[in-house]
Design a protein around this ligand. Structure first.
Ligand code: F6P
Length: 342
């Protein structure tokens, strides 16, 4: 049995831990051989492979990024892409594919399995934590820790200068990173994509914070939107899954706050720092267990499924369950945090 492995979409801490879990268990317990595919779906599309055996996965557990590389290549948007993937897998004698990715990468796996019979098992990843069917994705905990540490640091500098500090975190459609890091870091305002915000209310919270002689920290998800405005885009470009590039809401918000309140406001955009570096202990634990369970699903021939965290257990669900809709922040969870605003 030869198993292919690929990592697609935005990278995230813990990808290497998954790969290690898959290969260690696959080789040691099932005697499988592996083929690594480079750069997400580009690998099987172009037949671009990398050696993947036990020596190749030694020492990678704490390493961020992915030893396989990643991309947002969409084979379904390439002429004859699905057919080429199938042919390349057959030529390389790859019997099954473990696909580690988010909504887009796993969406391709669903179509390739359901419509073309490519035997795929999915592993959910994204720092955004916005995949349905799993309580958490790995990478999220690391991102939240990075953002929380940044907020802690920004509190002291904001207070020294009595300024507003706006912290822009990732989160395209879901405000999980903003909500968790904002709560953990003691932010005074948290803005998420799920709830349009009222600029007057934000300014009122900022002013009330100054009245008690503290400097406000505003955490804003990159996809957050004002009540009568739209998402702030970096530029107009689209990736091959049709996503626009975000970022800029933090700068826009700081300008608006400065104009309306007369208080000095600065912005920190955490950007890809949230996706880089070593995974947290929780993410290493979760990613490793996902890897171990994914290779078990391959052994059982349970294709079209994805491993998922439910409580403390790992279960298998149809991949389509994870990609059918985005897991957004429940309004009641957001309201809970409101007691700390202002
Ligand atoms: O999907 C994860 C994510 O980190 C989003 O939060 C963000 O909008 C996007 O990836 C950024 O992607 P890229 O690295 O391709 O600019």
């Amino acid at each position: 049995m030869r198993v292919g492995v690929l990592t697609g979409g935005g990278d995230c801490p813990g990808l290497n831990a998954v790969i290690r879990g898959i290969v260690r268990k696959g080789v040691q317990e099932y005697g499988y051989e592996f083929t690594g595919f480079r750069d997400g779906w580009r690998g099987p599309l172009e037949g671009d492979t990398v050696r993947l055996d036990i020596p190749a996965v030694r020492g990678i557990l704490p390493r961020g990024g992915t030893i396989l590389g990643s991309s947002r290549t969409n084979p379904l948007k390439t002429d004859g892409g699905a057919r080429r993937v199938k042919e390349n897998l057959a030529e390389l004698a790859v019997d099954a594919l473990v696909v580690i990715g988010g909504e887009d990468t796993l969406g391709v796996a669903t179509t390739l399995w359901e419509q073309y019979g490519v035997p795929c098992v999915g592993v959910p990843k994204t720092i955004d934590n916005d995949l349905s069917a799993t309580d958490y994705t790995f990478g999220f905990d690391t991102a939240v820790n990075i953002a929380t540490e940044a907020i802690d640091r920004l509190h002291t500098t904001a207070e020294s200068h009595m300024r507003v500090l706006v912290v822009e975190v990732m989160g395209r459609h879901a405000g999980w990173i903003a909500l968790h890091s904002g709560l953990a870091g003691g932010a005074n305002v948290i803005l998420i994509p799920e709830q349009r915000f009222d600029l007057d209310q934000v300014c009122a919270w900022v002013e009330s914070r100054f009245r008690i002689r503290y400097a406000p920290i505003v955490v804003v998800a990159e996809g957050a939107m004002p009540r009568d405005g739209d998402m702030v885009l970096k530029d107009g470009t689209l990736d091959s899954f049709g996503h626009v590039r975000l970022s800029g809401i933090g700068e826009w918000l700081a300008n608006q706050i400065e104009k309306r309140t007369g208080k000095e406001a600065r912005t920190t955009v955490l950007g890809h720092v949230q996706r880089g570096g070593t995974p947290s202990a929780f993410d290493r634990w979760l990613a490793t267990r996902f890897g171990l369970h994914a290779i078990d699903a391959v052994r059982d021939g349970d294709f079209g499924t994805m491993v998922a965290l439910r409580g403390t257990g790992i279960v298998r669900v149809p991949i389509g369950d994870a990609t059918a809709r985005i897991k957004t922040v429940d309004p009641s969870l957001y309201q809970e945090a409101g007691v700390f605003f202002g």
